[in-house]
Write a protein that binds this ligand. Structure first.
Ligand code: MN
Length: 298
């Protein structure tokens, strides 16, 4: 049997597109776009654009449903307030992660906190959609609220990492996942290099959201706001920061065992078949995904 290549090549560099989400907030989106449908098992990656809101300007995503996957919110700056049809309510602050398994169906709202809405303020973060395998798409919804201090941190020569979920760089992140994945925020100093082992056959992507560098072997330029997609075979991915820049490279690393199942999407629902999508729409319209209690009633 052939031993896998030690280092993977970056087979594609996908620039993020800019679009509007929710009630009109800007996101940088490397996928899904016409250029890249998904990074199995990841369905969507949105960088909620860094913005300094004036008072009364901040917009979020009012009540909407999800079924068939997980939504992950990772805040870098500002505060997101979450409320859902299962009675959960909480504030996601800078450095916090909310890992929500929509599973069978949930309705939630994701809004800038009341403080940011009235006073204004800086806002920056990520939303990631993680697919669920067929047998878990209708799982009981689950909500994991992780404070910044709970995120596993790791340091090497010229780099730091916050392991959000799964297993990466030999340590486990705090969020429990349904399939083997790894998600981390890495910071690479100018001229620094990080080597991230990824199980052979798992997908791997690195999204540079601040600064630029190179990805893979051979090194392929990785501009700011672009995603490196690596070949599936090989033992590790390598990311390097530009050495002559004052700014460090900040990136999100997403790895995972691909589900290799059919993906049927319709807005906030992601199932395996069109019939299951129709069922999801009918269940939502019939009120079977619940509703959110008005604020103040819980
Ligand atoms: Mn949502």
């Amino acid at each position: 049997m052939n031993r896998p290549r030690p280092y993977r090549a970056a087979v594609r560099i996908v620039p993020a597109t800019h679009t509007l989400e929710g009630a009109g907030f800007g996101v940088y989106r490397p996928f899904p776009t016409p250029a890249l449908d998904l990074l199995d098992p990841y369905l969507l990656l949105d960088e909620m654009e860094p913005i300094d809101h004036a008072p009364g300007e901040a917009r979020g995503a009012p009540d909407h449903p999800h079924r068939g996957f997980e939504t992950v919110t990772y805040m870098l700056d500002g505060e997101f307030e979450h409320r859902d049809s299962r009675g959960n309510h909480g504030t996601i602050r800078a450095g916090d992660v909310q890992w929500m398994t929509a599973g069978d169906g949930i309705i939630h709202s994701e809004m800038p906190s009341r403080r940011i809405q009235t006073e204004g303020g800086r806002f920056h973060g990520f939303q990631i959609w993680v697919n669920l395998p067929r047998e878990k798409k209708r799982a009981t919804p689950r909500y994991q609220s992780l404070q910044a201090a709970e995120i596993t941190t790791l340091e090497g020569t010229g780099w730091r990492a916050r392991i959000i979920a799964g297993s990466l760089l030999g340590v486990d992140g705090p969020a429990a996942t349904h399939t083997p994945i790894g998600a981390a925020h890495i910071t690479v100093e100018p001229g620094g290099r990080i080597e991230i082992p990824v199980p052979d056959g798992h997908n791997a992507g690195v999204y540079a959201f601040s600064g630029s560098g190179s990805a893979g072997d051979p090194p392929t330029p990785l501009p700011e706001r672009s995603l490196a997609v690596f070949e599936r075979g090989g033992e590790a991915v390598v990311v390097e920061a530009v050495s002559d820049a004052a700014s460090t490279l900040e990136a999100l690393v997403l790895t995972g065992r691909p589900l290799d199942e059919p993906v049927a999407r319709y807005g906030p629902f992601v199932m395996n078949t069109r019939d299951e999508l129709i069922e999801a729409i009918e269940d939502y319209n019939a009120g079977r995904m619940g509703s959110i209690e008005p604020a103040g009633s819980t």
